[in-house]
Write a protein that binds this ligand. Structure first.
Ligand SMILES: *[C@@H]1O[C@H](CO)[C@@H](O)[C@H](O)[C@H]1NC(C)=O
Ligand SMILES: *[C@@H]1O[C@H](CO)[C@@H](O)[C@H](O)[C@H]1NC(C)=O
Ligand SMILES: *[C@@H]1O[C@H](CO)[C@@H](O)[C@H](O)[C@H]1NC(C)=O
Ligand SMILES: *[C@@H]1O[C@H](CO)[C@@H](O)[C@H](O)[C@H]1NC(C)=O
Ligand SMILES: *[C@@H]1O[C@H](CO)[C@@H](O)[C@H](O)[C@H]1NC(C)=O
Ligand SMILES: *[C@@H]1O[C@H](CO)[C@@H](O)[C@H](O)[C@H]1NC(C)=O
Ligand SMILES: *[C@@H]1O[C@H](CO)[C@@H](O)[C@H](O)[C@H]1NC(C)=O
Ligand SMILES: *[C@@H]1O[C@H](CO)[C@@H](O)[C@H](O)[C@H]1NC(C)=O
Length: 802
């Protein structure tokens, strides 16, 4: 009786072991000559040899085998340096361990626990393990990481990550992540040694850290001895919003020193590689600031954050030491030394070029004060040691080579950089400036410099906006492309949408009798389904859908059907029968935001309004940045925000703009949206982007703050107050009298500066230039207070702010 059951249990255990562990039996070997590797049971990770680019050398590595990039997550190191193997080398698993031997039989690398082994296995987590007779892991690649952590991997107090030297050079590089006295630190190394310079980022667990955890949900945190967690902090380290079931995650200490978490779709998708999710430190260019070492870029080169990555540039007259290595530093194109050309006047040999936007804050050998621009230039020109002078106010700092810690800075009218270069005799022509890069000024005399105030302000605005955008870098990178790559009509079966017959809906709405709303797309009726869990529904009857749009209707529905967010009204199903196109939504009992803000009854209290605004922002962020392809709403207004019984704001009518009216050849007659909420670019002949929704959100945010409509009728109000956006800006700019905007709302006034901050956010959103408007990701960070809100530029240009 018992034996079939026993057999069943046995086979389950057996199967389990088979699938979880792809056992590698003792005396198995891998060689550089055959192209095989040990795969994990799912085939996602592989262990084997990888050839180094443009060499005949190999490394033992673990990589993602199913994605085109075959990204390496681990490689063997011997004595803290990359273990390279010539062709013909071999890896063998024996009773004692795993050994890498050259064709001559020399041992290059080994993993040898002191206990006899039973087998090895490449696990589906990406961990390669050596297992003893008792099934305990005696050695794990997870416990000997190189520069990458994977989900389910921990870094213990004695563990460390060391960056590689360059993106494709796996030699041990210039940065390290490690624990010291219970504090997690990131430090530059005195390359090629392992001496650590002062840290540039730390997670301070008050000296009680026990390990760094990368859990299977993608969270990364330091765990304290008592089990509490500390997440990395910083504007570029937000919450993760990608589903770990659909994305691979990894966290890598990059060769440039940035600890970055990446995601990659698990499905083989040639269009999308690794995207940056978040990283620390927020700006590596300024985070490193050490007396020793070159800073984040190499010597004589300066750093700026562009598209979430540090990039290095050479100053004028300098070029890269190694043109294939941007981070390898720069050298002057000329000789700069004392004791050469003593007979000539410095004026004949050298010239000074003026720049504004970078600095090398260390490496000064002389500080002169008070000095004018002319004096600062001249003293550097006449000093054979001086390579560069920086004037800040009336202080002149003289710098010699090598220059370190270079970084881009905000242009300010107190800061000048003078670079000394040799006169290029062969081409020299005092009249010609063409060889200078834009922004350089090679005037040798210190005449009046006609700096256009306008352009200065312009660049200030530009730089602050770039900074702003940088701060949400990971958001931007994750922004999906507006053009769809999915060619075929997606099947509605992939979604949970229900297809209703017209008859069912007619019956549910009792012949379309109870109208609950009327929008630009059609009329909405209340209905009740007979046998369904959420049986009260809202049925929208679409008008104006052209017949030939049949395919798009289904394609678009499938996109809408895949959305799922607590701040979006859920589409339950649809009806597509003959000329009838209906959409079935969940029913929202508290009406629209317009009803509760501008209706007869008292408007909701400040805290409720704050919650509503945050909810709407989250919903929009989801539509813009977290769907397969961005969904532009095009008609954000209080009438399109529904409120559920728990006072959650839910965006409705999303996805319909594209479905019903939107085509790429948009003309003025096709202007979507509603007066007062429409972004100015609708009226210009430029492409409409997600930023139109940001504009409308800005208007609505002011309405939520002030509890009034954006446009009132002339009779109802004093003239200056008719248009809310104008009036609010007037109040803000004239002595910051923003209290008037909320009248006597004590709660709003006492909310710790949130009122002013949010009003400023609204002005950023309604800027007439879509480029200046922040993305919803940035808006979210500012609303939640993770990012400072800079003072907004005037939202409108040709406006009568007199
Ligand atoms: C893997 O090794 C364990 C322990 O020796 C053993 O029980 C199991 O049967 C092995 N699985 C395979 C597929 O060889
Ligand atoms: C690593 O260093 C030890 C001692 O410093 C030395 O004996 C050993 O040969 C080195 N191994 C390799 C692979 O260089
Ligand atoms: C296996 O377990 C037994 C009993 O717990 C222990 O005596 C033995 O030392 C272990 N062997 C190894 C190799 O860990
Ligand atoms: C080899 O170099 C190419 C181009 O530089 C690069 O795209 C590729 O990823 C490199 N391969 C490896 C294994 O690093
Ligand atoms: C990596 O960089 C080191 C140090 O510059 C150099 O010696 C080595 O040849 C490089 N390796 C490859 C594969 O380019
Ligand atoms: C855990 O330890 C930290 C630092 O030692 C302390 O600040 C924190 O309150 C502790 N938390 C708990 C729940 O014990
Ligand atoms: C991020 O997640 C943490 C913990 O789950 C939560 O407390 C915090 O509010 C979240 N922040 C954002 C911006 O969603
Ligand atoms: C410096 O030299 C590099 C190559 O040697 C050249 O490409 C570059 O234009 C030079 N720059 C200047 C400003 O002379």
């Amino acid at each position: 009786m018992a034996s079939p059951t026993l057999f069943f249990i046995f086979s389950l255990v057996f199967l389990h072991v088979m699938f979880v562990l792809g056992n590698i039996t003792l005396s198995s070997t891998l060689s550089t000559n055959d192209n095989d590797a040990w795969l994990s049971p799912s085939g996602e990770f592989a262990f084997g040899f990888r050839q180094l680019n443009s060499t005949n050398l190999f490394v033992v590595a673990i990589w993602y085998d199913k994605i085109p990039a075959k990204t390496i997550v681990w490689n063997a190191k011997a004595n803290e340096t990359l273990a390279t193997a010539p062709a013909g080398s071999q890896v063998q698993l024996t009773l004692e361990g795993l050994t890498l031997t050259s064709p001559k039989g020399e041992s290059i690398w080994k993993a040898q626990p002191s206990v006899p082994l039973s087998y090895g296995a490449m696990l589906d987590t990406g961990n390669f393990v050596l297992v003893n007779k008792n099934s305990t892991f005696e050695w794990e690649s997870f416990k000997n990481p190189t520069d990458t952590l994977l989900p389910n991997q921990f870094l213990e107090l004695d563990g460390k990550l060391t960056s590689r030297l360059q993106d494709t050079n796996y030699t041990t590089g210039r940065f390290q992540l490690y624990f010291q006295n219970g504090v997690l630190l990131l430090s530059p190394l005195a390359w090629p040694t392992q001496l650590r310079y002062r840290y540039y980022y730390r997670i301070d667990a008050s000296h009680s850290a026990s390990r760094l955890v990368f859990d299977e949900l993608g969270n990364i945190y330091v765990e304290r001895v008592n089990g509490t967690r500390i997440r990395p902090q910083g504007p570029t380290w937000g919450n993760s919003s990608l589903d770990p079931k659909e994305y691979y995650y990894r966290a890598t200490l990059e060769f440039n020193g940035v600890f970055t978490q990446y995601a990659h779709p698990r499905t083989n998708n040639a269009y999308q590689g690794w995207t940056i999710m978040r990283y620390v430190p927020g700006n590596i260019c300024t985070a490193i600031f050490n007396e020793y070492g070159s800073g984040s870029c190499g010597y004589n080169s300066y750093c700026s954050m562009e598209n979430d990555r540090p990039t290095c540039k050479c100053p004028y007259g300098y070029s890269m030491v190694d043109p294939s290595n941007e981070f390898g530093g720069c050298q002057p194109n000329f000789t700069l030394a004392c004791g050469v050309d003593v007979k000539a006047q410095p004026e004949e040999l050298y010239e000074m070029h003026e720049f504004r936007d970078f600095n090398f804050p260390l490496g000064d050998y002389e500080k002169k004060q008070p000095y004018s621009q002319q004096e600062c230039r001249q003293s550097c020109l006449h000093d054979c040691i001086c390579a560069m002078a920086v004037l800040g106010g009336n202080t002149c700092w003289m710098k010699r080579l090598p220059l370190s810690n270079g970084r881009v800075i905000h242009v300010n009218d107190q800061h000048f950089v003078y670079i000394k270069t040799r006169v290029r005799r062969d081409f020299y022509d005092p009249g010609a400036n063409e060889e200078l890069p834009p922004g350089a000024d090679s005037k040798k005399e210190d005449g009046a410099k006609p700096i256009l105030l306008g352009s200065l302000i312009g660049s200030l605005v530009f730089i602050s906006i770039s900074m702003l955008l940088c701060a949400v870098s990971w958001f931007i990178l994750l922004k999906p492309k507006l053009t769809r790559l999915v060619p075929a009509i997606p099947s509605l079966l992939e979604t949970n949408l229900h297809s209703f017959t017209y008859e069912t809906l007619e019956k549910a709405t009792r012949g379309f009798c109870e109208e609950i709303g009327r929008g630009s797309f059609g009329i909405v009726y209340k209905g009740q389904l007979e046998a369904a869990s959420c049986n009260v529904i809202a049925v929208k009857r679409l008008d104006r859908l052209a017949q030939e749009r049949e395919k798009e209707f289904r394609a678009e529905l499938s996109a809408i059907g895949k959305t799922c967010h607590k701040n979006l009204v859920r589409l339950i199903g649809f009806c597509d029968e003959g000329i009838n196109r209906l959409l079935v939504y969940e029913f929202m009992s508290n009406g629209t935001l317009a009803d509760i803000l501008f209706g007869q009854s008292k408007a909701p209290i400040w805290n409720t309004r704050v919650g509503l605004a945050l909810g709407i922002a989250r919903g929009l962020l989801y539509l813009h940045e977290e769907c397969d392809s961005a969904i532009i709403h095009c008609d954000i207004k209080p009438q399109n925000i529904l409120i559920d019984e728990h006072f959650n704001a839910k965006i409705s009518d999303f996805g319909l703009a594209k479905l019903l009216l939107f085509d790429q050849t948009r003309t003025n007659t096709m202007i979507r949206g509603t007066r007062g909420y429409v972004a100015p670019e609708w009226f210009k002949n430029i492409a409409v982007t997600v930023k139109v929704d940001v504009y409308s959100f800005g208007v609505m945010l002011l309405e939520i703050i002030c509890c009034r409509r954006n446009v009132l009728t002339m009779e109802a109000e004093e003239e200056e107050k008719v248009i809310l956006t104008d009036w609010a800006y007037d109040c803000y700019i004239e002595g910051r009298n923003i209290d008037a905007l909320v009248e006597n709302d004590e709660e709003a006034l006492s909310d710790n500066g949130r009122l002013e901050k949010w009003i400023k956010i609204a002005f950023w959103c309604i800027n007439e230039n879509p480029e200046v408007r922040p993305t919803m990701g940035m808006v979210m960070l500012m609303l939640e207070g993770f990012v400072e809100v800079p003072n907004p530029p005037p939202p409108f240009s040709m406006h009568s702010i007199s």
